[in-house]
Design a protein around this ligand. Structure first.
Ligand SMILES: NC(=O)c1ccc[n+]([C@@H]2O[C@H](COP(=O)([O-])OP(=O)(O)OC[C@H]3O[C@@H](n4cnc5c(N)ncnc54)[C@H](O)[C@@H]3O)[C@@H](O)[C@H]2O)c1
Ligand SMILES: [Zn+2]
Ligand SMILES: [Zn+2]
Length: 374
């Protein structure tokens, strides 16, 4: 066990970079600065490919600057800056893509997912800088302050949460985004009670994790909706009691037959046309939870009379309304205890060179979550 800060210089790291100027995504060798102040250097052991990475590649979330993609990762701390207190060299950590400031009102109130000071959404470290630079000395920013499709990353200690060393890195990576978001959407955002009925539309990595969260809290029935038979089959094995196809023209009527109008409806795609169907799936007093992220600027059309008259609500969900420092270790412990089979969410495995194949699978909606070993 070492808590001393370790001296280290800049190093080279291979990383998947998306350049908005050319629209190209490819592997480049970058320089990574040594960890300063409260920063830690992490050797990334596994990183999951999330649809949010694809949103960048598709231009849904415009950026002017080249980004190191990846935000769902786990690894080992190799060095720490002089002001790091809670993380030690050798710790196994799961990376958070929403490093909280730990000081604002939301953070003080224990609601880190609402932190107003985080710079993660600007794709920088908390001080506005980036640890990555290219061969010309130009900045390359870490997507969501992480950039997990890289052999090494430098993040603030607030974004590196230590977990038990027995947690497999690939499972840890998924806890870093899909699992915390999906399970948290059911457990925290929606506060689902035992016996509540629920429908989950979109059963990718995030939607499957919503199903797991619903099963864990005893929701019933649980209706999973997707276009892929493979994903519906997985959802059934993870706890969905019914599955329906997203292109079924009678989808709303079928959900009502099964649930009598759902208490909860989760959208885990980020598709405006699907979001617009949510209030119609609910019973009076029911709530819809927006987990999927649309392209920036997208608009939806909702009938406000129905919401007011029927007392329905629509809730936004960032990071599953979770606090990584609290929820990552809990989710990892549930997995270790056999209560949350997170390894079942993992599909293909590969290295950084397989990222294009993983994006192709996400576009086509085939396979399960790809995990890369940088
Ligand atoms: N709220 C958050 O904090 C947060 C965190 C992580 C990801 N996200 C967002 O969640 C969304 C899902 O991410 P993911 O990685 O699970 O993506 P994914 O691509 O793996 O999953 C999307 C699923 O939706 C299904 N789908 C597509 N069209 C459909 C339709 N018409 N009807 C039914 N199903 C349909 C696909 O087959 C696929 O299984 C993305 O928008 C991502 O950006 C949000
Ligand atoms: Zn993600
Ligand atoms: Zn804050």
């Amino acid at each position: 066990m070492s808590t001393h800060h370790s001296t280290t210089g800049p190093r080279l790291t291979r990383a998947v970079v998306h350049d908005p100027a050319t629209g190209e995504t490819g592997i480049r060798t970058l320089t990574l600065a040594a960890p300063r102040a409260d920063q830690v250097l992490v050797r990334v052991m596994a990183s999951g490919v999330c649809h949010s990475d694809l949103h960048i590649v598709e231009g849904d979330w415009p950026t002017d600057t080249p980004l190191v993609l990846g935000h769902e990762g786990a690894g080992v701390v190799e060095a720490i800056g002089p002001d790091v207190h809670d993380v030690s060299v050798g710790d196994h950590v799961i990376l958070s893509w929403f490093a909280p400031c730990r000081r604002c009102e939301a953070c003080a109130a224990g609601r880190a997912w609402l932190c107003g000071n985080t710079k993660a959404v600007s794709n920088t470290l908390p001080d506005g800088s980036t640890p990555f630079s290219d061969e010309h000395g130009e900045d390359v920013l870490p997507f969501l302050g992480v950039g997990a499709f890289s052999e090494y990353v430098v993040v603030p200690e607030a974004a590196a949460v230590p977990v038990d060393r027995n947690v497999p890195f690939d499972v840890g990576a998924l806890i870093g985004c899909a699992v915390t978001t999906g399970v948290g959407a059911a457990v925290h955002t929606a506060d689902v009670r035992p016996g509540d009925s629920a429908v989950v539309i979109g059963c990718g990595g995030v939607g499957q994790a919503v199903v797991l969260g619903l099963r864990t809290v005893g929701a019933h029935p649980i209706v999973a909706v997707d276009l892929s038979e493979e994903r519906l089959e997985l959802a059934r094995s993870l706890g969905a009691t019914h599955t329906l196809r997203g292109d079924d023209p009678d989808l709303t009527a079928r959900v009502h037959e099964i649930t009598g109008g759902a208490h909860h409806a989760f959208e885990a795609i980020g598709r405006p046309a699907t979001i617009e169907t949510l209030p119609g799936l609910l019973r009076a007093g029911g709530q819809a939870v927006l987990v999927g992220m649309t392209a920036i600027g997208a608009k939806v059309s909702i009938d406000p009379f129905d919401l007011a008259d029927q007392g329905k609500s629509i809730l936004g969900c960032n990071y599953g309304s979770s606090v990584p420092a609290v929820d990552f270790p809990r989710l990892a412990a549930l997995h270790r205890a056999g209560r949350l089979p997170l390894d079942r969410l993992i599909g293909n495995r590969g290295t950084l060179t397989d990222v294009e194949r993983a994006f192709g699978d996400l576009r086509a909606g085939v396979g399960l979550r790809t995990v890369l070993k940088p």
